[in-house]
Design a binder for this molecule. Structure first.
Ligand code: GLU
Ligand code: MG
Length: 637
C-alpha cells in the first residue's frame, strides 16, 4: 500500500507544518522525472498483478475463525527465503494495512507474449503455497475481500479489546490498533487521517433488510458521543481506517511503451473500472452484518476520508483552502489523454500555483491539472529523517502525495534513475476466492488493454457518467440489476486515437448520443444491434493471434468465467456468499452473521480455494490443469 519509509513518524501537527515543503519538493521531484523521461519511447508492454491475502485461523472445536495477527512475521520469512536469497525468486511479498494481511506479486513482471497468460495462475498458486507453508496448524491464507466479522468482539488471534481513547491510532470502538500492521506508516496514517479530519472517520453502510431484521435497524452507542452522532439508522456503523484498508483487492499494473500510451490506457481503463468492479463484487458483509452493498469501494473511501468539515462543505471555508468533493480514495477526476479532454466534465479542484508552475515548465494542461489536483492533498505521514531530500535523485515527497491518492486508476511516472517506464495501475477489482478466478480477471483486463491498443478502441464517455456507474456498481447484485452508461460505438477512434483524437470529427457530435445505458451482460457479451460486447471483441482479437493450444485453452476458460458472471449464469462471489449465509441453518433472517456462520463460510471459501470441493454455481465446470493441496487445515474436521 504505497511508500514505506523507515524512521520516526511525525505527529499530524508537525507533518502539517511541513506540508508545503513536501508539496514543493514533490513537484520538483516530479519535474526532474518528467524532463528526464518524457520522451522515452518503445518501452515494452510489461505487466504484473497484486493479490492481497488474509491470514485466518480455524478453531474447529468452537466453530470460530479469527484473523491471525502474524502478517509481519510471515512476511519477514517470505522475504528472507525469497527475494533476499534469490533475486530471481518467482514471488515478491509486501506488507499490507492489516497485521493479518500480506500482499504477493510475481517476482518479475510478465512480458508481452501470449504464453505469459498461461503462467499467471501457476504463479498465484505458488504464492498461495509458499505463504501457506509458513502457517501453523489450522491456519490458512485466504483471498477474501472483506472478513465478515471484522470489528466484532474477538475477531483477531490473539484477541485484543479496542481501546477507544485519544493517544492510539484509530480510537475505534471495534477495531483494535493491534490489528494494524506494525510498520509505523500504517498507524501514523490512521492517526493523522483522524487528526486532520478533526474527528474519527465515519462509515455507514446500508444494512440488508431481511424478514426479521429490526426496522428501523438502530444501534446505540451510549458511551461514545462521536459514534452516537455519526451512526445512521438502517446502517452498519464503522469508525476506523481498518474497516476499509483492512480489505483485500486485486490490482494490475501495466507498463506502456510511452507516456502518451500510458495516458491513453489510463483514460480508457477508467471507464472500465465500474464494470469490472461490479463483475468482481465480493464483499457483502461488514462488522457481522449482511449489508446491502456488494463491493468494498465506498467503505474504503470513507475509511480514509481525511477531509475537514470545511473541505466537505459542512462549514464555511476558514482554515482550509478548498472545498473537496471526494475522499482521497475514490474514482479519478480527470482524463489525461487529449481525446479525454472533452469528456472532462467534473469540476476539478487544483492547486493553482502548482498548475501554473507545471505549465511554465512545459507540461501540458491535462497532465498539469492532474498533478495539481493530486497535490491539493496534504501529506499524511512524514518521517523526521526524510524531510530534506535530493530532488534530482529521489522521489519520496512526490510519492508521498501520489501514493495516498488512492483512485480507481493510478498514473505512475518511472522512479528516478531506473529503467522502468511509464505505468498505469488498475485498482478497482475485488479479490476472488481462487487463483483461477483471480487469474481470469487479471487476464481479462490485460487482454482488454491489448485490444484497446491494437484496435485503437475508444470507450470514453463523460467522466461524470463514469462516476454514476461507480455508484451503481457497488449496489447489491449490480452485475445483474445495474444499468451502466457505456459508449455505443467503441471503434470510432480510428487510427487517430493515440495522438490526434480526431477532435474535429468529435466536436461536431453531441456527447449524449455517444453513450447509452447498458446492462453488464450487454457490455461484456454484446447484444445484437446494440453493442458488440467486450468478450466477442477479445475473441476476434485472439483469433488473429498466434496462440499455443494450451494457452488458448486457459484463456478461453478465463473468458468463459467472465462471460458467465456477466450473464448471471454464474454467481459473483458476493451473491454466492449471500446465498451461503441465507441457507445456513443458524441464520435467523435477521442480517446477523454469527461466529459459527462466519466459520462455516470461511472454511468453505478455503476448501474452494484449495480445490477440495466443487462450487459450480460460482466457478462453473472448471477445467483444471494442476491439482495441489496446500492447506494446513483438514477440512474434514
Ligand atoms: N486494500 C486496498 C483495496 O482493497 C488497496 C490498497 C493498496 O493500494 O494496495 O483497494
Ligand atoms: Mg496493496
Amino acid at each position: 500500500m504505497g511508500l514505506l519509509s523507515q524512521g520516526s513518524p511525525l505527529s499530524w501537527e508537525e507533518t502539517k507544518r511541513h506540508a508545503d515543503h513536501v508539496r514543493r519538493h514533490g513537484i520538483l521531484q516530479f519535474l526532474h522525472i518528467y524532463h528526464a523521461v518524457k520522451d522515452r519511447q518503445k518501452d515494452v508492454l510489461k505487466w504484473g498483478d497484486e493479490v492481497e491475502y488474509m491470514l485466518v485461523s480455524f478453531d474447529h472445536e468452537n466453530k470460530k475463525v479469527q484473523l491471525v495477527l502474524s502478517g509481519e512475521e510471515v512476511l519477514e520469512t517470505l522475504q528472507e527465503k525469497g527475494e533476499r536469497t534469490n533475486p530471481n525468486h518467482p514471488t515478491l511479498w509486501r506488507p499490507e494495512y492489516g497485521s493479518y494481511m500480506i500482499e504477493g506479486t510475481p517476482g518479475q513482471p510478465y512480458g508481452g507474449t501470449m504464453s505469459e497468460f498461461n503462467t499467471v495462475e501457476d504463479n498465484m498458486r505458488q504464492r498461495r503455497k509458499e505463504a501457506t507453508s509458513l502457517l501453523k496448524e489450522n491456519q490458512a491464507l485466504c483471498t477474501i475481500t472483506s472478513f465478515p466479522r471484522l470489528g466484532c468482539p474477538g475477531f483477531t488471534l490473539p484477541e485484543f479489546k479496542p481501546n477507544p481513547v485519544e493517544g492510539g491510532a484509530s480510537k475505534s470502538l471495534f477495531f483494535p490498533d493491534e490489528a494494524i500492521n506494525k510498520h509505523p506508516r500504517f498507524s501514523t496514517l490512521t492517526r493523522n487521517i483522524r487528526h486532520r479530519r478533526g474527528e474519527k472517520v465515519v462509515i455507514n453502510v446500508p444494512i440488508f433488510k431481511d424478514k426479521n431484521t429490526p426496522s428501523p435497524f438502530i444501534e446505540t452507542f451510549p458511551e461514545d458521543e462521536e459514534a452516537a452522532k455519526a451512526s445512521k439508522p438502517d446502517h452498519i456503523y464503522m469508525d476506523a481506517m481498518g474497516f476499509g484498508m483492512g480489505n483485500c483487492c486485486l490490482q494490475v499494473t501495466f507498463q506502456a511503451c510511452s507516456i502518451s500510451e500510458a495516458r491513453y490506457l489510463y483514460d480508457q481503463l477508467a471507464t472500465i473500472c465500474p464494470i469490472v468492479m461490479a463483475l468482481s463484487a465480493a464483499s457483502p458483509f461488514y462488522r457481522g452484518y449482511v449489508s446491502d452493498i456488494d463491493c468494498r469501494w465506498g467503505v474504503i473511501s470513507a475509511s480514509v476520508d481525511d477531509r475537514t468539515r470545511e473541505e466537505r462543505g459542512l462549514e464555511p471555508l476558514k482554515n482550509n483552502n478548498y472545498r473537496i468533493s471526494k475522499s482521497r480514495y475514490d474514482s479519478i477526476d480527470s482524463y489525461l489523454s487529449e481525446c479525454g479532454e472533452k469528456y472532462n466534465d467534473i469540476e476539478l479542484t487544483i492547486d493553482k500555483e502548482i498548475y501554473k508552475q507545471l505549465l511554465q515548465e512545459g507540461i501540458d494542461h491535462l497532465l498539469a491539472q492532474h498533478v495539481a489536483h493530486l497535490f491539493i492533498r496534504d501529506p499524511l505521514t512524514l518521517f523526521e529523517e526524510k524531510i530534506h531530500l535530493d530532488d534530482a535523485n529521489e522521489s519520496d515527497h512526490f510519492e508521498n502525495i501520489q501514493s495516498t491518492n488512492w483512485q480507481t486508476m493510478r498514473f505512475k511516472p518511472p522512479p528516478p534513475n531506473s529503467d522502468i517506464g511509464w505505468r498505469v495501475e488498475f485498482r478497482p477489482m475485488e479479490v476472488q476466492l481462487t487463483d483461477f478466478e483471480n487469474s481470469a480477471y487479471v487476464v481479462f483486463v490485460v487482454l482488454l488493454t491489448r485490444v484497446i491498443l491494437s484496435y485503437k478502441l475508444d470507450f470514453l464517455i463523460p467522466l461524470s457518467k463514469v462516476d454514476e456507474n461507480m455508484k451503481v456498481a457497488q449496489k447489491r447484485d449490480a452485475v445483474l440489476q445495474g444499468m451502466f452508461y457505456f459508449r455505443k460505438d467503441i471503434c470510432k477512434g480510428g487510427s487517430a486515437v493515440v495522438d490526434g483524437c480526431g477532435q474535429a470529427r468529435h466536436s461536431s457530435e453531441l456527447a449524449a448520443e455517444e453513450y447509452t445505458l447498458m446492462s453488464i451482460d450487454t457490455i461484456i457479451n454484446g447484444k445484437e444491434g446494440v453493442f458488440p460486447g467486450l468478450i466477442p471483441v477479445l475473441n476476434s482479437y485472439l483469433e488473429s493471434m498466434e496462440v499455443d493450444v494450451d494457452t488458448r485453452c486457459s484463456i478461453l476458460n478465463y473468458l468463459k468465467l467472465i462471460k458467465k458472471r456477466a450473464s448471471g449464469e454464474l454467481m459473483t462471489v458476493a451473491r454466492w456468499m449471500r446465498e451461503f449465509i441465507s441457507n445456513h441453518p443458524d441464520y435467523k433472517q435477521d442480517s446477523v452473521i454469527t461466529d459459527e456462520m462466519n466459520y462455516s463460510l470461511i472454511l468453505k471459501c478455503n476448501q474452494i480455494a484449495h480445490e477440495l470441493c466443487e462450487c459450480p454455481e460460482l466457478l462453473g465446470p472448471v477445467f483444471r490443469k494442476v491439482k495441489y493441496s496446500g492447506s494446513k487445515t483438514d477440512p474434514s474436521n
